[in-house]
Design a protein around this ligand. Sequence first.
Ligand code: NI
Length: 181
Amino acid sequence: MIREICRMGHPVLRLKAEEISPEFLLSDEFRQLVVDMRDSMKHYGGIGIAAPQIGVSLQTAIIELGPTNRFGEQVSLPFTVFVNPQLEFLTDESQGFWEGCLSVPGLRGFVERPKKLKINFLSETGEEKEIIAEGFLATVIQHELDHLFGVLYVDRIKDLSLLSYQEEYDEFLSGKEEELE
Ligand code: NI
């Protein structure tokens, strides 16, 4: 079922989401949550969504990144469910991308984040997984998982002159990141 997206200002986006218990992970309720998240992500045209964005303060996020994503980046990740993730940064180097968020509609902002990280998490069937991500995928994963800890990308913008409406981004700022690095 397509659910309404909570937007910036909604308190649920600022909570640290609760860890998911092994029992809940195997429940029909959890399965339905993942279905709703996927339906909502596809409906609103996102590449990822976190449970708090549909008003559920639990540590689950999903990402599905096709090679023809709206960010024009040539990376992909098949549909992945992240439960109770733990992040470990593997470099001090950072990289910047223009980010957007379903909870902050109509805006884009330039965010610098660590370039490479390791994520340990449980899959939707409770399997222990590990992903090492770099480049744009590292940014996408950090953005989504931030939602589980009450953080929005706008919190991480260092230079607020690099926060823009989508139309003005397209007109004036698109492609500017190369100059910034
Ligand atoms: Ni987001």
